[in-house]
Ligand binder design. Structure first.
Ligand SMILES: O=C(O)CCC(=O)C(=O)O
Ligand SMILES: [Fe+2]
Length: 272
């Protein structure tokens, strides 16, 4: 394409991930492999999913829009709440708060030709991810802010231990790693749908490392994880290099938009 805009064939590494035809044997084999990883470990990693050209373009764009992002810092528990529960003891995980900080860039800041935006709306990509997460269909989120985000973590930033709230899975794509720190850590199946497992959760947030898995990731690696029942965090970033992570949300039905109040907190605005 002209004007420095990359076509989807130049964005996704289709040699290593031939997903353009989701019915092809090659694509079906990839779906089986990553679905197997996701089912057994609660995450799967696809290294070099983005081309170097797409990584470079996305990093440039992220720094260009970062001044308009929402630099947020808050103390929260691992349930993403900020208020303590007076009926529970001080050392309960619901009353254990950690600082989290990063700059959030919402979908409204990206052009339609952004690499991450093009990848997100490309139907073969949506079908590929649906296969991996084991559903027949997925749909883009239709909120003006939520579908495609980039989180920038500068020196001292981190995302403390938490469970993701509503999403059955989260998809992330690393654009730039930190010089030091910024590791993505997860404790698979810390709780279940029916049991909060407060003892196990408490151990993790108090620093027990016995079930912590560090997910290896280089720039360009796509990761899908199930963060609803698996505590996860990003360790504190150190050094001059920002950790730039793009985060994507797909839905099980069309027409899903976010809550304006949540958007106000996350993006610093509820409108575009
Ligand atoms: O930045 C990351 O690697 C993960 C962010 C995260 O926890 C999330 O998007 O739910
Ligand atoms: Fe998360």
């Amino acid at each position: 394409m002209s004007d420095g805009v990359l076509a989807v064939e130049q964005i996704i590494n289709l040699e290593r991930y031939p997903i353009a035809d989701s019915d092809s044997d090659d694509c079906q084999a990839l779906i089986r492999q990553f679905k197997g990883d996701l089912d057994s470990q609660l995450y799967c990693v696809m290294p070099d999913f983005f081309t170097q050209e797409a990584i470079d373009a996305s990093v440039r764009e992220a720094f260009a829009i970062k001044p308009r992002g929402n630099a947020a810092s808050s103390k929260r528990n691992c349930y993403l709440q900020r208020a303590r529960d007076p009926d529970l003891p001080d050392d309960h995980p619901r009353n254990t708060f950690f600082q989290a900080s990063y700059t959030m860039m919402g979908r409204h800041l990206f052009t339609d030709t952004s690499c991450i935006v093009q990848m997100y709306y490309w139907q073969p990509m949506i079908d590929f991810i649906a296969g991996i997460v084991g559903v027949s269909k997925l749909y883009p989120n239709e909120d003006p802010l939520q579908p495609t985000n980039i989180l920038a973590y500068s020196h001292g930033d981190n995302s403390a231990w938490h469970f993701d709230s509503v999403n059955a899975f989260t998809m992330t794509l690393m654009l730039q790693a930190a010089e030091r720190g910024g590791d993505f850590e997860i404790v698979p199946n810390t709780r279940t749908d029916t049991d909060q497992c407060y003892d196990a959760v408490s151990k993790v947030v108090q620093g027990d490392r016995s079930n912590v898995v560090t997910v290896p990731r280089e720039a360009g690696a796509l990761v899908i994880f199930r963060g609803c029942n698996s505590l996860h965090r990003v360790t504190t970033v150190e050094g001059d290099e920002n950790r730039l992570m793009s985060v994507f949300v797909y839905e099980n039905e069309p027409g899903v938009i976010g809550d304006p109040e949540v958007n106000e907190t996350v993006y610093g605005t509820s409108t575009i």
